[in-house]
Design a protein. Structure first.
Length: 384
């Protein structure tokens, strides 16, 4: 059999043609459906699996799965493909991804951004056989009975470490936890007031910080009001809190209807689901399944320097995002240091403008009579 010989230039030409053919194969199809995966280095390594499909309308739909965070599922809000450029928005956690698909469609190199911190995230196109195993989700706990009157079965209270900078309150399943919370923070949360509505308390109530963990004495996941009930009982049992109600005229912010219809989405969360209000960065707020009162409470607890009163008359629960550039008067409740305002042309607007433009509402400074909690007795927490 006669052997065929190729010159170096012929081999190079064949390789070039193969590369062009691969590019054309992907470019003609322009299809990014399938399974992609990659590792995000965000303080620790987080393996991510991305599944992309096409809906009946031809639009892409996708979901991220965070393998090293229990396989938590994160819905992608939008996927856009322009040539080889891919853009994804993940509103639920305030994230975006911008990448470029390589010529043969095997990889997508790009950047993940969340809270103003861009990080490299390169994804590879894989198969069902080669993708990382997605952990099975934990069994969903049933909600606590609506007529339940829960308390903490056991609760541990410890002083916060001096070098702790994080601050949060959360419940995962049945485990309640606070980090870096003052007694004033706990009162504000459980009674839905601003710190300025707590009067007559000793200085340590606001100055000393606590880490608390505990579990309820009743089966199921508590709703917001049941969670507040648990904390109220804890304040009485462990801090010996006693107070009486008064009325005083205070400077407040009133959340009111705007000139246009509200730019909010009705929540489709299951009845009894807890609201989700969380920051993905300074001035980057995601709100899910929350009432206007929930939103006002968060703004007065974490962001603003005075009480926030809901005067919108909007009933029900809502989903929305709010993106603004904070000023030095905000986030004192979270102990945050606000950087100088950005001079970038695309910087988000100030808070009051953002609420009007993005929510169709307005926040107005005013004075009005509000309830206050006048403290009669309070003590350092009892032993665990």
């Amino acid at each position: 059999m006669r052997k065929r010989r190729f010159s170096v230039s012929t081999v190079a030409a064949l390789i070039l043609c193969a590369a062009i053919g691969a590019h054309r194969t992907w470019a003609q199809g322009k299809d990014i459906t399938g399974i992609w995966q990659g590792t995000l280095e965000a303080g620790k390594s987080l393996r991510l699996v991305l599944k992309i499909q096409k809906g009946d309308d031809g639009a892409y739909k996708a979901q991220f799965f965070s393998i090293d965070q229990g396989g938590s599922q994160i819905p992608v809000t939008s996927v856009k493909l322009d040539g080889s450029e891919v853009k994804m928005s993940v509103v639920a956690i305030g994230g975006t991804y911008e990448g470029k698909v390589l010529a043969d469609g095997s990889e997508m190199d790009g950047t993940w951004s969340q809270g103003g911190n861009p990080l490299p995230l390169n994804l590879k196109h894989v198969t069902e056989a080669t993708m990382w195993t997605i952990p099975a989700p934990p069994p969903k706990l049933a909600p606590m009975a609506k007529d339940a009157d829960p308390a903490f079965e056991v609760a541990t209270i410890k002083p916060t470490k001096p070098d702790e900078h994080n601050k949060y309150l959360t419940i995962q399943g049945t485990e309640f936890k606070t980090v870096n919370f003052s007694l004033a923070d706990l009162i504000a949360f459980s009674y839905g007031v601003h710190a300025k509505q707590i009067v007559g308390a000793p200085a340590w109530v606001d100055a000393e910080k606590w880490d608390i963990s505990g579990k309820p004495d009743t089966p199921g996941t508590p709703n917001v009001e049941q969670l507040k009930t648990m904390v109220k009982k804890l304040l009485v049992e462990r801090f010996q809190l006693k107070f009486h109600d008064e009325k005083r005229v205070l400077s407040v912010y009133a959340l009111e209807p705007g000139k246009t219809a509200p730019k909010l989405t009705k929540s489709d969360a299951d009845e009894g689901s807890l609201p989700g209000l969380f920051f993905t960065g300074l001035g980057k707020l995601n709100v899910r399944n929350a009432t206007m009162v929930n939103f006002c409470n968060l703004m007065q607890e974490a962001v603003l320097d005075r009480p926030v009163v809901d005067q919108t008359k909007l009933e029900g629960r809502w989903d929305f995002t709010l993106n603004w550039t904070p000023d030095e008067s905000q986030f004192a409740g979270m102990g945050m240091k606000i950087p100088p305002p950005s001079d970038k042309a695309d910087a988000p607007p100030p808070l009051f403008t953002a609420i009007q433009e993005q929510l169709g509402l307005k926040l107005e400074p005013t004075k009005t009579e509000v309830g206050v909690l006048a403290v009669d007795k309070v003590e350092q927490p009892s032993d665990n």
